[in-house]
Design a binder for this molecule. Structure first.
Ligand SMILES: NC(=O)c1ccc[n+]([C@@H]2O[C@H](COP(=O)([O-])OP(=O)(O)OC[C@H]3O[C@@H](n4cnc5c(N)ncnc54)[C@H](OP(=O)(O)O)[C@@H]3O)[C@@H](O)[C@H]2O)c1
Length: 290
């Protein structure tokens, strides 16, 4: 099976190229920069091309791994060269816009939106989450096959609509990233960060882990997510109003209300998350080793 990866020398493209090569697939990488293509050709011993259309022509599967801002342009470029037996998968971190764009321009071939819920630092596929977003019966059948392929290699596959995916990502990615950014901005208002890191306990290390995991990444990617996810501004306004309410309790030294509200939150969270406390135990073990 031959897989063409558009944007294949980028971070995620390279991750998938590595994974697919190890899985016995033939890979061709397409990109705009000849130097970067040459480097990846030497590193991975793959076929490369600067021509996206060329890469698509004899591939069985096309994997689109380009930034959100380039997606429309790339799909328009490859659409005339896709053929009916082909599968075209995108791995963009949002799903409604890319899936709609593929449906709009790709008239032959079967498309599927996929979101790998991990970054290029992931060691392997085992225990990783993939979200697949089919929109009709043919795509559902394909998603089930892709899901079986992933699960046979130890990953978890979840099917949902592109819209549901994006709504959930507003919280899962958008809110988490926002909290990390605001925390970084707040932390940097203080001195002694180095010493605080040295003496800090687990809770502080967890906060730093969140902050560093976001701040060390590509700002363009995070800006695209914040500005593309649905209702991001509304969720962040809600977060601000909650932060204000909690800050008022503290400023007013309202100990009684603080305890009451915190206990109510704990009880609610215990009810709504069956393995309440497990995430903290898991992260505790990881952060303890840092
Ligand atoms: N990074 C993550 O943690 C993560 C996780 C899950 C999903 N994703 C998704 O994966 C996709 C790729 O992300 P990434 O982190 O790998 O970004 P990246 O490192 O910036 O890679 C994107 C690649 O796309 C190439 N590209 C841009 N426009 C192109 C075009 N017109 N034709 C061909 N290639 C083009 C870029 O090449 P140039 O050098 O020419 O610009 C770059 O190599 C994004 O859609 C992102 O949402 C990312």
């Amino acid at each position: 099976m031959k897989i063409a990866i558009i944007g294949g020398y980028g971070k995620m493209g390279r991750w998938f190229a590595n994974f697919l090569l190890k899985d016995g697939k033939e890979v061709i990488i397409a990109g705009r920069n000849e130097g970067k293509l040459l480097e990846v050709k030497q590193q991975l011993s793959v076929e490369v091309t600067t021509n996206n259309a060329e890469a698509v022509k004899d591939a069985d599967v096309v994997l689109i791994s380009v930034p959100i801002g380039s997606f429309d342009e790339v799909v328009k470029q490859i659409a005339p060269y896709t053929h009916p037996e082909q599968v075209i998968v995108d791995i963009t971190s949002i799903k409604t816009f890319p899936v709609e764009t593929m449906h709009k321009h790709i008239k032959t071939g079967l498309v599927l939106g996929v979101h790998p819920m991990f970054g290029p630092g992931a060691r392997g596929i085992a225990n990783q989450n993939f979200i697949l977003t089919p929109t009709n019966e043919r795509e559902k059948t394909l998603a089930q096959k892709v899901g079986e392929y992933l699960e046979a290699r130890g990953a978890r596959a979840t099917l949902m609509t592109p819209q549901k995916h994006d709504e959930m990502m507003t919280i899962i990615l958008g809110l988490s990233h926002f909290i990390a950014l605001v925390s970084a901005d707040t932390l940097l208002s203080f001195d002694n960060l180095k010493q605080m890191k040295d003496i800090g306990g687990i809770t502080y290390k967890v906060l730093l882990t969140l902050v560093e995991s976001v701040i060390s990444e590509d700002a363009e990617f995070y800006a695209s997510l914040q500005t593309s996810l649905p209702k991001m501004a509304e969720v962040e306004k809600l977060f601000q109003s909650k932060a204000k309410a909690w800050a008022e309790l503290v400023a007013n030294k309202d100990r009684q209300q603080f305890v009451k509200r915190m206990t109510a939150l704990k009880n609610k969270l215990e009810k709504e998350t069956p393995d309440f406390g497990k995430a903290y135990e898991d992260i505790y073990r990881i952060v303890e080793d840092l």
